[in-house]
Design a protein around this ligand. Structure first.
Ligand code: SF4
Length: 342
């Protein structure tokens, strides 16, 4: 079986050329085609002779994603269903606003976690995405941003399908590739890794010496309530998560953003707000209150605007930075928590 050439490092490609009787710099040229120029065919590598291209073709394949379904929302948001080399599908989203274009990318096929409010949780986790499959989503959205909005992609959030910290090594390799001058050369400061809260992995990420930002799906600072919303979280107490976030801050000096949805009858009481305030005071953090997008589950209904405003007011009175995030792409099921290969 032919190997995927994109799983080779630049050094390995140079070695391959040397061993097959060619100059080492051919490896650098091919690497540049594969990453900086995102070539999906050996034929595109026009600075290689025809014989060299045929030799590559005989030895390797270039696995890559393909947009299988393209949908655009009335608010401009684009959702791509992308097909992987083995026919699995994941979704990625381009979110345009006045001053930025954000790519929301997936890290796994399905998800092994069970956040009850999230459509992806209903899909079984089939496998992790490779670094190149994550990278390709970003390249695709960058091209769409240039085509439809006449500007490059400005931000990347790992908030699509899957828990990025459960595909840790490939997440790190994709970030390195995205930010490398041999890849997309995007600033790591414009990347947000969003996790549902796995303390051990948050600490590991803090030790990486990357410049990425961290978001955490909190949704309740009361243990019992959070366990009902995200049953897997019984394994990871709020106290352990707090400790890992303090470690994150001590290493990076960057605040964590808490992602927080307010649901009617679940976390919309004054006790819920007060618990969030105490938690925020104990960890350098800010809060995004996210508008809820129904996935058809009767148990989860958005709280009233009054209760959401109450959250905002009380957080602000306690000097906690809070932003209310309106949903984008709801009409094409592209909004937060709605990705389910529909
Ligand atoms: S919110 Fe994220 S971690 Fe939770 S089930 Fe959905 S995709 Fe998985």
């Amino acid at each position: 079986m032919k190997k995927d050439i994109r799983s080779f490092s630049e050094e390995q490609l140079c070695d391959f050329f040397i061993k097959s009787g060619h100059k080492s710099f051919r490896g650098q040229q091919v690497y540049e085609w594969l990453w900086k120029k995102s070539a999906y065919s050996f034929n595109d590598m026009t600075n290689l002779s025809k014989d060299l291209r045929l030799m590559l073709e005989a030895n390797f394949v270039i696995n890559h994603i393909e947009v299988d379904k393209f949908q655009q929302s009335s608010d401009g948001t684009i959702k791509n269903a992308v097909k992987l080399f083995d026919d699995f599908t994941v979704e990625s989203v381009l979110i345009p606003t006045d001053d930025r274009t954000t790519a929301c990318v997936s890290s796994q096929v399905g998800c092994s976690l069970d956040c009850n409010f999230c459509a992806t949780s209903k899909l079984r986790r089939m496998r992790n995405l490779n670094p190149d499959e994550i990278y390709d989503q970003v390249v695709t959205i960058n091209n769409q941003s240039l085509k439809y909005f006449n500007r490059s992609l400005s931000n990347i959030v790992f908030m699509g399908m899957g828990e990025p910290l459960m595909n840790y090594n490939n997440l790190i390799r994709s970030i390195e590739k995205i930010s490398s001058d041999k890849g997309l050369n995007m600033s790591q400061k414009r990347i947000v890794v969003s996790t549902s809260g796995i303390p051990k992995m948050i600490k590991k990420l803090a030790d990486e010496n990357l410049k990425v930002n961290l978001a955490l799906s909190l949704h309740s600072a009361i243990e019992e309530t959070r366990n009902k919303i995200m049953p897997f979280s019984t394994k990871f107490s709020l106290e352990d998560i707090k400790e890992s976030l303090l470690y994150w801050y001590s290493k990076t000096k960057r605040k964590t953003t808490f992602e927080y949805i307010v649901w009617k009858g679940i976390n919309d009481t004054i006790d819920d707000v007060n618990a969030l305030v105490s938690y925020c005071i104990s960890v350098p953090s800010k809060v995004n209150l996210i508008e809820y997008n129904s996935i058809g589950d009767e148990n989860f209904k958005s709280a009233s605007q009054n209760n959401i405003n109450l959250y905002k007011d009380i957080l602000e009175k306690n000097k906690i930075t809070v932003t209310i995030r309106r949903s984008r792409g709801k009409d094409i099921d592209a909004a937060c928590g709605q990705l389910a290969n529909k």
